[in-house]
Design a protein around this ligand. Structure first.
Ligand SMILES: *Cc1c(COP(=O)(O)O)cnc(C)c1O
Length: 312
């Protein structure tokens, strides 16, 4: 199934019972730095600190009682895990998350805080995915792909309904990309150009989009939300003819954008949450004088990320 605008509208009806719309603000010092009228959509203000909670709630709301009883299993470095754990808590369902062994303790604790099981195993996200698949086969829990699950994509699309309804004058929307669900959903809703941003150290989604086929790439970014080693089929199919452009930025530029959000917009962003702004700052030729919505997708900076705010 490929979700469409109707599914995203339906998702909004579902999640509006659980989440108020997030604020979107502008900041003069950001505008000055960017040479554009920047609107920051504050998904860092969500209950789990990231936009993905919209997808998790949409998925769980649509599951039957029997499915909820069997529970879900997934793999994640953090926010997808917290989203699913939170939604499973709200809908009283079981949830198991496999995280790479090196995932910071705090990210596992956040998942366990919502009553889900976090298992840190495997030396990469890909290895964690394999453990999740085996767990699903063994237990009958539903395997939830962070990228290829239509309900998640429909749910996260509600961000973009809020943006275009609040500000019909927005010229362009800039979205950080990991698996691509957010950017794909934005393309379905936006009615204006959507530009994706990924880290140059993890460019699988970018390269898949450019190539028109799914590719794997080294996954070396320190920016958790943008970290993927492969393209995902569903979001890539949607983005293929609809995404206006796809930018790559270095992790260092993302750190600079995090500092700017902290000082100019009193906003604590994690790396992925600052990546859209980093994309705008990196390409004045594309954005100068435009009204640009940047999605601050999350604020779950870990201790290492927080420490880098001081340097530079
Ligand atoms: C997951 C995530 C992204 C990337 O979203 P996709 O839908 O996987 O492309 C961006 N920012 C944050 C904070 C995230 O958690």
């Amino acid at each position: 199934m490929e979700p469409g605008l109707d599914d995203i509208r339906a998702a909004r009806d579902l999640i509006s019972r659980h989440l108020p719309p997030t604020p979107m603000w502008s900041y003069p010092l950001l505008d000055r730095a960017a040479g554009a009228a920047v609107l920051v959509k504050h998904e860092n203000a969500q209950p789990v600190g990231a936009f993905k909670v919209r997808g998790g709630l949409t998925l769980l709301a649509g599951m039957t009682g029997a499915e909820r009883k069997a529970g879900t299993v997934t793999w994640s470095t953090g926010n997808h895990a917290q989203s699913l754990a939170y939604a499973s808590h709200v809908f009283d369902a079981g949830c198991t998350v496999f995280m790479p062994a090196g995932t910071p303790e705090g990210k596992a604790a956040a998942v366990e805080g919502w009553g889900a099981r976090a298992i840190r195993r495997g030396d990469s996200l890909e290895a964690a995915e394999q453990h999740a698949r085996e767990h699903a086969e063994r237990t009958g829990a539903r395997l939830i792909s962070p990228g290829d699950t239509p309900e998640l994509l429909a749910g996260v699309g509600t961000v973009y309904l809020e943006i275009v309804e609040a500000r019909p004058d927005v010229d362009v929307i800039v979205v950080p990309v990991g698996s691509g669900t957010g950017a794909a959903a934005a393309c379905l809703v936006a009615g204006r150009p959507v530009i994706g941003v990924q880290s140059s150290a993890s460019r699988a989604a970018h390269d898949s989009w450019r190539a028109g086929e799914l590719v794997t790439r080294p996954n070396r970014t320190t920016v958790a939300g943008l970290a993927t080693g492969r393209g995902f089929e569903l979001p890539q199919r949607i983005m293929r003819d609809r995404l206006a452009d796809f930018l790559l930025v270095d992790d260092d530029r993302i750190t600079e954008a995090r500092r700017l959000l902290a000082t100019a917009a009193h906003t604590l962003a994690e790396g992925a949450g600052a990546a859209a702004l980093a994309g705008v700052l990196s390409r004045p030729d594309l954005f100068h004088g435009k009204r640009v919505a940047v999605v601050c997708t999350g604020g779950n900076a870990d201790a290492d990320e927080l420490a880098t705010l001081r340097r530079g």
